[in-house]
Design a protein around this ligand. Structure first.
Ligand SMILES: Nc1ncnc2c1ncn2[C@@H]1O[C@H](COP(=O)(O)OP(=O)(O)OP(=O)(O)O)[C@@H](O)[C@H]1O
Length: 440
């Protein structure tokens, strides 16, 4: 039996040998660090460190899961991020996915795909992979029969990338997709003092409009500037507004240009018939319900006799009181007052066949930002019509002949369109148009 003293001496000896080992190990590590720093170039050192970090971050216990529930705040509000992900993820689905949901909405032409809960979707962003899974039985949404949530999983090292860039990227992509898919509406002001709504199905775009190329470009450039200024107007708290006056003979494409602008901006159209407006307060009422990101159209302002009468407030000869009639030029001021900012877009378009007849107050500088003259069809614009109606692309001898003739005649695009749709055979249609132009 060993005495207690001997035992203590032994344990002391073993503690001191551990201490020796520790000292030797520390020295070795210090030497290794010095050698690592002195002998290995900085770039290679950082590469090795990043690889080690990536290795440790990829371990399962470093996985983070974000739960994106369909409803937020105890199921009271819809979670915008959930719906953004719902639309965004199907765009990341590849042909290798075996289980998907498919559906079609009444007013849409294409099929819609959606993520199914039995399969994960892997998305790549900035070279990093993110895994998504649909959870159809998320308990947090118990107020609603559909208890769905997306679970986004990633390595802990990507936390900032996800919160600062990946999620904003999904929200932004979703915004762009929404505006692309948006079905535009046209609202008309009715005698019952309300806007009635229908789908704006006019197919005109800037590609199908037969306009002088320079004019077309000028309008597109102006619209682009208008869209880009949105943020600036939001910052300075001003209504984001622009006014156009379209003028020219009937059938030169005023309505078609309005539709092309609406389709380009993805803005709804509000068509205000002034014959239903009797006073400034009526006008205010109509304007109050015009939503942001829209085009307010007041057509044929010269044809509307009422507007002429009302362009100046009338005084009752006996009482001397100013009657309740309104000034059209006030419309622009109303629109300024009604929306104090918020970055909502307004385009106000007046159309007229006779610019010389309209209230000069409307033409003053600063009232309308652009006066757009739509005129007879020019030779330069004709190839667009030949392409729209007859599918002719590129050179064609009859197209060139017609281009030359159009420079010497005054025919509206509407009249030319009528001739082109009469005959399905492109050559026969062009020959008939040549004959018509000769007699014109
Ligand atoms: N510039 C154009 N480019 C292509 N098609 C046009 C153009 N202008 C007119 N058209 C054709 O003529 C038809 C009538 O044109 P639109 O209604 O746009 O003319 P408008 O100037 O608004 O006429 P109005 O003053 O009588 O309302 C359109 O449906 C379109 O087919």
């Amino acid at each position: 039996m060993l005495s207690n003293k001997t035992k203590n001496l032994r344990s002391f000896a073993s503690a001191s040998s551990w201490f020796d080992v520790y000292a030797a190990f520390s020295t070795f590590i210090m030497l290794l660090r010095t050698a690592f720093n002195d002998l290995i170039p900085r770039q290679i050192r950082s590469f090795l460190v990043s690889k080690l970090e990536a290795f440790f971050n990829s371990q399962p216990n470093n996985q983070i899961s974000l739960h994106i529930n369909e409803f937020w705040r105890n199921g009271r509000d819809e979670n915008e991020l959930f719906f953004a992900a719902q639309e965004y993820l199907p765009t990341r689905i590849t042909r290798t996915y075996k289980s998907l949901k498919v559906g079609k909405l009444e007013n849409e032409k294409h099929l819609n795909l959606a993520v199914d809960s039995s399969e994960e979707v892997v998305d790549e962003f900035e070279g990093t992979k993110f895994t998504w899974k649909l959870d159809e039985n998320s308990e947090e949404n118990s107020r609603h029969s559909q208890k769905q949530a997306f679970v986004l999983s990633f390595n802990e090292g990507n936390r900032e990338r996800v919160l600062d860039r990946y999620i904003p990227h999904i929200l932004k992509t979703h915004e762009a997709m929404k505006s692309e898919k948006r079905i535009l509406e046209i609202y008309s002001w009715s005698p019952y003092y309300e806007w009635t709504e229908r789908e704006l199905s006019h197919p005109a775009t800037f590609d199908t409009l037969a306009l002088d190329p320079e004019l077309k470009q000028a309008v597109v450039d102006d619209l682009e500037r208008f869209l880009k200024r949105k943020e600036f107007y939001k910052k300075v708290g001003k209504p984001w507004k622009r006014g156009y006056l379209l003028y020219g003979p009937p059938g030169t494409g005023k309505s078609s240009l309005i539709a092309a602008i609406a389709n380009y901006l993805k803005f709804d159209v509000y068509d205000l018939d002034l014959s239903y407006i009797d006073s400034d307060s009526d006008l205010m009422e109509a304007m109050r319900d015009v939503s942001g990101s829209s085009i307010l159209v007041i057509e044929d302002i010269d044809c509307n006799k009422e507007v002429h009468v009302r362009s100046k407030p009338e005084q009752d000869s006996e009482s001397g009181e100013v009657s309740g009639k309104f000034r059209l030029s006030n419309l622009l001021n109303f629109t300024d007052g009604l929306r104090s900012g918020g970055g909502e877009g307004w385009l106000i378009i007046f159309t007229t066949n006779h610019k010389e007849k309209i209230d000069p107050a409307l033409l003053r500088p600063g009232r309308m930002d652009m006066h757009i003259h739509l005129s007879f069809l020019s030779g330069k614009a004709f190839p667009v019509m030949a392409s729209n109606y007859l599918g002719i692309e590129g050179d064609h001898p009859l197209v060139e002949e017609i281009q030359g003739m159009l420079e010497k005649t005054q025919v509206t695009p509407a009249v030319v369109a009528e001739h082109l749709i009469r005959n399905e055979d492109p050559d026969l249609a062009l020959e008939a148009l040549v004959e018509f132009l000769k007699q014109h």
